[in-house]
Design a protein around this ligand. Sequence first.
Ligand SMILES: O=P(O)(O)OC[C@H]1O[C@](O)(COP(=O)(O)O)[C@@H](O)[C@@H]1O
Ligand SMILES: [Mn+2]
Length: 643
Amino acid sequence: MDAQFLDLLAQKYDTEEKVVTEIINLEAISNLPKGTEHFVSDLHGEFQAFQHVLRNGSGTVKEKIKDLFREVWTDNEINDFAALVYYPEEKIQLVKGDLCNKQALNRWYRQTIEQMLKLISYASSKYTRSKLRKALPEQFVYIVEELLYKTDPTNNKDPYYEEIYRQIISLGQADKLIIGLAYTTQRLVVDHLHVVGDIYDRGPDPDKIMDTLINYHSVDIQWGNHDVLWIGAYAGSQVCLANIIRICARYDNLDIIEDVYGINLRPLLNLAEKYYDDNPAFRPKLQAGHNVSAQEILQITKIHQAIAMIQFKLEIPIIKRRPYFHMSERLLLERIDYDNNEIRIGGKTYPLENTCFRTVNPQQPEQLLEEEQQVMEKLLFSVQHSEKLARHMNFLMKKGSLYLKYNGNLLIHGCIPLDEEGNMEAMQIEDKTYSGRQLLDVFEYYLRYAFAHPEETDDLATDMVWYIWTGECSSLFGKREMTTFERYFILDKETHRERKNPYYHLRENEEICRKILMEFDMNPDHGHIINGHTPVKEIRGENPVKANGKMVVIDGGFSKAYQSTTGIAGYTLLYNSFGMQLVAHKKFNSKEDVLCNGTDVLSVKRLVDKELERKLVRETNVGEKLLQKISNLKNLLEYRYMK
Ligand SMILES: O=P(O)(O)OC[C@H]1O[C@](O)(COP(=O)(O)O)[C@@H](O)[C@@H]1O
Ligand SMILES: [Mn+2]
């Protein structure tokens, strides 16, 4: 081993005892059971449902409460306590309203703190004391540790412990402590969170999801196609930007652009008012319970058309300057017969409905009006100068990647592009051809390059980000074409169909999944592929666990807009030391419902895989690093101290 490296290490571990202590510590940790991984995907701005799943650890919190108190509590008592762990601030207020006097409240405090401590002690049983300490409410660490680790068989210290409880209550600290302990429990039941893509679009609060993730103790993200669209906009792609605004208009979510990220939509509105009118194909899909006036609906409808037309125009030059994108079929504005209001697609002529082509020059359909150009420049400027968006996008880049190998599993939002025979599908980019893992690595390279160079807006890297959103070989889109134009302007539904990459039927086949795992240098006997992106239609009998358990698809429809097709409200996956379990969630109504009626309709769990032996930290990604460190320290011990 490099003597220089060992000398450096010796600066930190400058006595034999320090080296030995650390080795013992790391060896011990690597023999603990592995922590619980929690997988979610396709959150699509549904912050309320997402935070509920985080707070209840996909049912893990309630399971632990049941393990401890099943014999002595009724179902109602279990639900009440669970609600307290999920939403402590609100539940305490409700309890206070219910209890008639101070004495009763104090009794409740005393009892609740003790029960919370029991739960924490149980939930942290596979962690080190030091890890638990980091999860405890900071201001109460000392007293909580006193109460947690009381080991006095003689009961000599009973009055001491009693006094601690009494003081907490009489000094008015009980609320704060209970709240802190509730959050500790939430944190302990999940060691690490994976977000398998699509945080953004359709739902109202992607920004709140981002803030939650930023504050989460341990998380990684696999970008979804919608996340990439936002990254693209921030990285300087006007066409990605037009898309995100179009989707926000379509789902009545322009507040996200305007109020949350502070991007001024006034110039776009002025343009929209000038050139567009009401149009049934562009009316927004309204959120349930969202009150929107007729005038606002009209405004959004106009903006929706204005930005959609800009998007269609902006696509043309990119398709032309990148022939290897193979998207000439999508030069639709050039194929319109503007006199007869019809279009030829796939050898057939279709009438166009609900058209809004006033700003299109039939001779040069890609040409933006000067006003359109100015609007896009201003929008891009504000997007790139939104401080909050910068924070969120930087976090997406820091914690995100196109795919992730983690503890033997391959996590990817969309797909690995395949041909019908199950071979890795190849894509030519400039004068080189890539496929499989290499292709994904190239996509990620361009995406990171585009992000690092926001001032370059028409270069290959920026165009490539848009390709990842919509191109036929994209690992995130996974379809042959995106039929946005047809969905707005052609009635015949046959034209709306988006043909999926063969991956989506081949992934049912175990051999194919094994082949993909091997492509990524992973062990096909132990690994799984974890996918999001395509809603599993449970309602029609589709099974989210495919290919003899090698493939798990966890998009179950957090997105309200998709719940009627899936029949459930989202899947999550748990992977603890005993194995993998898929959880199907029932529709999340509201926090109030959980608080008042205890309706935390417990999700149905299905076993995906059971470990033959309990999995230990040493067999995980983190464990690998620990073992490396142990080996370095052992070398140091020999080199420096064992003469
Ligand atoms: O249902 P909407 O909002 O019109 O969106 C449909 C579009 O969304 C996509 O399904 C992509 O979004 P997803 O990643 O959520 O599937 C496109 O393929 C399709 O054209
Ligand atoms: Mn997706």
